[in-house]
Design a binder for this molecule. Sequence first.
Ligand SMILES: [Cu+2]
Length: 148
Amino acid sequence: MKTVKFTFLSALLVLLLGACGIGEEKSTGAETSGGQEDSHAEHGDMESDKGVHPLEVDLQLPETSGSGEEVTIRSIVTMGDEIIEDADEVKYEIVNEAGESEMILAEFDGEESYTIKKTFDAPGTYKVTPHTTARGQHTMPTKEITVE
Ligand SMILES: [Cu+2]
């Protein structure tokens, strides 16, 4: 029982303290190698039993763009049926093919999404990740955009 409690707590800590940004992909790989996946599954079950909804981020951006064109990138943040208007932080990380990243803080647009405008000057494929923190949870989907 103590072991279960411990893994649950570390899963929670990873969730809460799991840092944003550079080096994250590496550390995630290390965490999942040690049988953490099981405790994550349990963690999910416990949450749904309590009727607590996970933080979800619907990231919307075009798949392609021309270089020099302004692109609108939006994220709709929800928990269950509720649209979260007061997220603590929605910070977009944009990573180019060389692995160089740029952070852009987004504001709520007053309607439903956290939006930024971005002009990609150089062709290539970029990874876009909105690091989203709200209601004590952190969600960070990634999508790609190809600039021609
Ligand atoms: Cu993050």
